[in-house]
Design a binder for this molecule. Structure first.
Ligand code: NAD
Length: 338
């Protein structure tokens, strides 16, 4: 094994140090809900690691953040295995890599025409999986490390946007819904104002506040926090015919009583994806909740199944991140509350 990467001029040991650094950041972010660097800095180092690994595939470590999702939770909640893994998303940081993604999809599918994508705001909160049996909510589990997460059923039952029973007489035998729990901006501001008045520490951002609120051992505290759940996909279903498209699945979830995002839209090809990005980037500051990008998903479920997954993310989806808004000084200058 060569000990120095030709392309990146980085030694094997430096790469191991980089993995350690990223894993420390990830632990602080995913497990402690207390980020120690801004997302943009994490993403920059992560991309650096991806470049080194692309240059030296024989250096790839099992504990590299490029090979796994999130972190194993370490607090007082029971661990539950996911029926279907809850994965991460690949990222695109510019229009060119979005166009590359579309090109890759068309090549893999051998498609001549345009691909239809479903575009959705990437809500900046926490992923949750909700399980319904015979139409009744039985469990809510965080993403965790993607294979298993924390059972936070008592806490999520306090959210009014989560239906306790599905609004139908003929529910699927089993339904697992995936979505994001987030804190709208106005609720976050009120919560922080109250915290400061009481002499408590402020939360660093709405995502951090949502994560801390959901992991409370006392559900009464969760109930007092302004949290909202928005459904973004069907993770697993039994006793019900899957819709042909992701978009129609979202419409079905809305009929069953879930909140879905009203800015979701179907577009054609890379051009449609880029137009949607321009449109949402302009509206971003005026939205009542934080988003950190856009998620593009191949809309047809049969094509998603054909494309499948890579190590930690589906091949049929990508997140186009917005340029970073937060600065390191802002993150480090605030006293955190967990
Ligand atoms: P991700 O946040 O980039 O994407 C996956 C997640 O997107 C899903 O789990 C889901 O929760 C969310 N999502 C929101 N809206 C969605 C929608 N409409 N459809 C599907 N998913 C949707 O990936 P990740 O693995 O959760 O985390 C990686 C990111 O977390 C990094 O890019 C970085 O920005 C941040 N991070 C920051 C630090 C830090 O120290 N600041 C550390 C680790 C990770």
């Amino acid at each position: 094994m060569s000990q120095e990467s030709q392309e990146t001029n980085i030694t094997h040991q430096q790469m191991l140090d980089l993995i350690q650094q990223l894993n420390d950041y990830s632990y602080a972010y995913h497990v402690k809900d207390t980020p120690i660097v801004p997302d943009a800095e994490y993403d920059r180092l992560y991309r650096q690691l991806q470049t080194i690994e692309a240059d030296h595939s024989d250096w790839i470590q099992a504990d590299s953040p490029t090979q796994r999702v999130g972190e194993k939770p370490d607090n007082g909640f029971a661990n539950v295995a996911h029926t279907v893994p809850m994965l991460s998303l690949d990222n695109a940081f510019d229009n060119e890599s979005l166009a590359d993604f579309d090109q890759r999809i068309r090549k893999l599918l051998g498609a001549d025409g345009q691909i239809t994508y479903c575009c959705e705001p990437k809500l900046d909160g926490l992923a949750i999986s909700l399980r319904y049996e015979e139409g009744r909510l039985v469990r809510g589990v965080t993403r965790g490390d993607g294979l298993s997460g924390e059972d936070i059923t008592s806490n999520i039952k306090t959210l009014y946007s989560i239906p306790l029973t599905l609004r139908t007489q003929t529910p699927p035998t089993v339904l697992e819904v995936r979505g994001e729990i987030y804190m709208p901006k106005d609720g976050f501001e009120k919560l922080n104002k109250l915290a400061v008045e009481k002499g408590d520490k402020a939360f660093v951002n709405p995502r951090n506040a949502a994560a801390g609120s959901l992991r409370q051992l006392d559900p009464k505290i969760t109930a007092s926090r302004p949290l909202v759940m928005c459904a973004y996909s069907i993770g697993y279903v039994e006793g019900w015919e899957q819709p042909e498209s992701h978009y129609s699945g979202l419409l079905q979830l809305s009929e069953w009583g879930f909140r879905t995002n009203d800015l979701m839209q179907k577009v054609e090809g890379a051009e449609g994806c880029i137009e949607y990005y321009e449109m949402l980037n302009k509206q971003r500051a005026d939205l009542s909740y934080d988003i950190d990008g856009i998620v593009y998903k191949v809309d047809r479920i049969s094509l998603q199944n054909q494309l499948g997954f890579i190590a930690r993310a589906p091949r049929w989806a990508i997140a186009r991140k917005f340029p970073a808004q937060e600065e390191m000084t802002q993150v480090l200058g605030i006293d955190f509350q967990v």
